[in-house]
Ligand binder design. Structure first.
Ligand code: OAD
Length: 241
């Protein structure tokens, strides 16, 4: 209980807040059985990101990259939102201004009912044409290779922000607006290893927000926040309601 604050004190602050922004990472979906990226069981222990999640990898071997995303689609197709995703969807209904920024591509926030959402790393259930850039929803498991665009015949790729690629300007704009106006920023289940999300805590603090972290362990973000609680997302987040 750092700063002498309990999670119920944070809940009271949220009740009084005009504007709350939430940043989520893989840890919130870990309680739904979705593997995280880092840590002992993380995906990047067994796979090299630059061989699977980069524009160079796709240019070199699109089939291999699609096999990796088909494997992940197959895994995610069986997963459902947990109590943490559901609690955030409830909070959205109770607060005048609420925004979720997620680094997750699994679509579980939307499945739980969250509507005010920026998926800053994209969505695994969307595909994009490499030629005409048209984005479409696609829930095929697996996606047959080579997937081609019905409009222009171009090769389709996952609508994911890969290593070395910039975030979509509209997502950045929405995210920074939400970070600048919020009274409280709640950061859930991210290692703080990937930018720009890793810098969102100081951005919100500089604009006067009270910043809270929920994670099973201390992270580089912990030293930048006002209060950090250790525990599982599915247990801590419902307490914020
Ligand atoms: P990471 O895998 O780097 O970190 C997951 C975080 O969740 C860690 O800090 C864990 O301690 C925490 N965690 C694990 N289980 C938890 C639980 N049940 N409750 C609360 N916290 C828990 O995932 P991200 O920070 O999301 O990008 O990674 C950021 C980006 O790196 C991802 O979006 C992905 C990856 O490469 C792309 O694929 C573009």
């Amino acid at each position: 209980m750092p700063n002498g604050l309990t999670i119920l004190d944070v809940r009271d602050r949220i009740r009084e807040a005009q504007s709350v922004t939430v940043l989520t990472g893989a840890g919130i979906s870990a309680d739904s059985g979705v593997p995280t990226f880092r840590g002992t069981e993380g995906l990047w222990k067994n796979f090299r990101p630059e061989e699977l999640a980069s524009p160079e990898a796709f240019a070199r071997d699109p089939k291999l990259v699609w096999e990796w995303y088909n494997w992940r689609r197959e895994l995610l197709a069986t997963k459902r939102p947990n109590a943490a995703h559901e609690a955030l969807a409830q909070l959205e209904k109770q607060l005048p201004d609420f925004w979720v920024i997620t680094q997750n591509v699994d679509g579980l926030h939307t499945m739980a009912g969250t509507q005010r959402l920026s998926e800053i790393h994209g969505n695994i259930w969307k595909i994009r044409c490499t030629q005409c850039h048209h984005v479409r929803h696609n829930h095929d498991v697996p996606v047959e290779f080579p997937p081609t665009c019905v409009d222009c015949g171009g090769l389709l790729r996952p609508h994911i922000v890969w290593f070395g690629e910039p975030l979509a300007p509209e997502d950045l704009e929405c995210s920074y607006a939400a970070l600048h106006r919020c009274d409280i920023l709640v950061i859930i289940g991210t290692s703080g290893a990937v930018y720009p999300a890793a810098s969102f805590a100081p951005v919100a603090k500089d604009h006067g927000a009270f910043v809270v972290e929920l994670n099973v362990e201390a992270t580089p973000i912990s030293s930048m926040v006002d209060v950090s609680f250790q525990g599982r997302a599915k247990e801590l987040v419902p307490l914020l309601l």
